[in-house]
Design a protein around this ligand. Structure first.
Ligand SMILES: *Cc1c(COP(=O)(O)O)cnc(C)c1O
Length: 296
């Protein structure tokens, strides 16, 4: 997979930049057609660990549209490992393109009610086998953050004053904060509504003192909540596609770009700021959008 790093490049976001602020995009979405974006970065050290420990199967949690589930299924199959996905949802057997694809990569899927999904420790106990390596939902954890910190090493990112990313579990953001230079601030756009424990979950994964961790999370760009969409969001996605040629996904990167453009327009960034936005991929999730709504 490492050879795919050469697919990634930095692209200027001309329609976002102003005389004040320059905005560029790091195209992690070009990394790989299946494990696009941040998921390979977050998974790499878990997978290494699993192999080192001689485990034969990777088990993890996720929803029916989860990029993490597909990425885990694919990465496990590449390594010759089995995989098990514990899927949130009350309707066993209701499949989505995401779950279908995970199953195609050999992942065994187990459907859990929302109530039992909440108690992950109990679920893990029920399904655990000795040869299984467990990864938390969304790849949350220190190894995930360590992998994500490598995102800033793909290219020379030292000239940027700000790094911006979408935030789900906060693992990628923590990795970016750990990997950022001291002069850089990391901005996160949360894709969940009222996820008020998020800052703490990010802090837990930091390997630098709080005083030198310069970051801010914005909670106003979720468009109604996780994976929720509005006509305005679709209009924005189309606009970015036609003006910049950039595809965005409905869960993460559309909301990220919307938030960043709004902050730029409100003159949030100081004169001469250079913002690097991380396009973390996730385009497979768009398959749940009805045909004809998106032009890409
Ligand atoms: C999973 C994902 C994220 C969120 O990453 P976290 O580390 O969970 O915060 C962001 N963007 C995309 C496209 C993703 O698939």
């Amino acid at each position: 997979m490492r050879e795919n790093l050469q697919n990634i490049h930095i692209q200027p976001l001309k329609s976002f930049s102003t005389e004040h602020t320059t905005v560029d995009l790091l195209r992690l979405d070009l990394f790989h057609p299946v494990i696009s974006g941040n998921k390979w970065f977050k998974l790499q050290f878990y997978l290494q660990d699993a192999v080192k420990l001689g485990k034969r199967s990777i088990a993890t949690f996720g929803g029916a549209y989860s990029n993490h589930i597909v990425a885990t299924a694919f990465a496990a199959s590449e390594l010759g490992l089995q995989s098990l996905g514990l899927i949130r949802g009350d309707e066993p057997g209701v499949t989505t393109p995401t779950l279908q694809e995970a199953a195609n990569y050999g992942m065994e899927l187990i459907f859990l009610s929302r109530a039992s999904y909440r108690n992950k420790a109990a679920v893990q106990q029920t399904w655990n086998k000795e040869q299984m390596y467990w990864i938390k939902e969304g790849g949350y954890g220190e190894k995930g953050a360590l992998g994500a910190s490598e995102i800033l090493k793909i290219a020379d990112t030292s000239r940027y004053t700000h790094i911006a990313c979408a935030v789900g579990t906060g693992t990628m953001m923590a990795g970016l904060i750990n990997g950022a230079d001291n002069h850089q601030q990391v901005l996160g756009i949360s894709v969940l509504r009222n996820h008020l424990g998020l800052e703490k979950e990010v802090y837990t994964l930091l390997n630098k003192p709080e005083s030198s961790a310069d970051f801010a999370i914005y909670h106003d760009y979720h468009f109604g909540g996780y994976a929720k969409q509005t006509p305005a969001l679709f209009d924005f996605m189309k606009e970015i596609w036609f003006s910049e040629g950039i595809p965005t996904d409905i869960v993460y990167t559309s909301k990220l770009l919307y938030g960043i453009r709004d902050l730029v327009q409100k003159n949030h960034f100081g004169l001469g700021s250079r913002v690097l936005v991380i396009h973390s991929g996730g385009l497979q999730g768009n398959r749940s959008v009805s045909a004809g709504i998106l032009p890409f």
